[in-house]
Design a protein around this ligand. Sequence first.
Ligand code: CA
Length: 333
Amino acid sequence: MSNRRSRITTDIDFGREGKQTGFLRLPHSVHRSAYGYIAIPVVAIGNGEGPRVLLTAGNHGDEYEGQIVLTKLARSLEVAAVRGSIVILPMMNFPAAQAGMRTSPIDEGNLNRTFPGDPDGRPTAMIAHYVESVLMPEVDAVIDLHSGGSSLIYVPGTLARHSTDRTQLDKVLGLVRAFGAPNSYLMGVGAEDRSILAAAERAGILGLSAELGGAGMVTRETLAITERGVVNALRHLGALEGRPEPRATRLLQVIRASHYVYSPDAGLFEPHAELGDHAKLGQLAGLVHFPDTPWREPAPVHFAGDGLVVCKRVPARVERGDCVYHLASDLAV
Ligand code: CA
């Protein structure tokens, strides 16, 4: 990781008491604005000693559950109810969130594949660097809210990293159970190392993510799960007054090799499974049809393992290599 300093500045003093609202200023010198900056909205609430929590959404700009819920919390959280500090970034990759896209239209950057970032890189890399190198060393936990975005829809769940360290795993499971989403997905050890959860692991802080719905929309149900979950998690961490009121959650593990299903060809996908189904190894997952060559036999797609269908592709049009489903299987811990 670079020792160079971030070029992002802010008027927010993260050590100060009370509620502050403002922006992170990311220098962005372009044709139409030589000395301009990208303004990333931030709300910081501080109230005495206590845990320090970073809440983020808009890591992927087309995932709206977290953006809405963190916007609501930014306005509704009262200083007196907070213990320690809560920092809220509802549009973390601001250009992507403003465009309603997974990736930034400025640099094509996928923020959750960019950590630890680069202070001298393109805007997405600068944001990743700021979050990992400037914000994370100042907090005890980060909760980053995702969903399936435009191309996928999930059975709502939190997403966390499995750990071989029992103490660390118990901390993660405590937070996961407090959030109390219907499902709790645990990714295997050695998962993606460019994500915000990997950054949290490097920073030695507690990290929790989520897959709360998707399809480029929100529902009453997914927003309620998200809002209840974040409030419960903050209470569990001790950053917000009140007791958590978690609901039962189903612990599941995701194993990339056997749980992901991909389209083998370009065409139109006819699904043969729906969210919540239990799939078996070798079972037909769907058919790829070729309306441009209608006499051609459709290409079958099969499940590569057993598990619960927790994620499904939204658009019917597929390219070779598109993920059409992923499964998860019950986990005993
Ligand atoms: Ca996402």
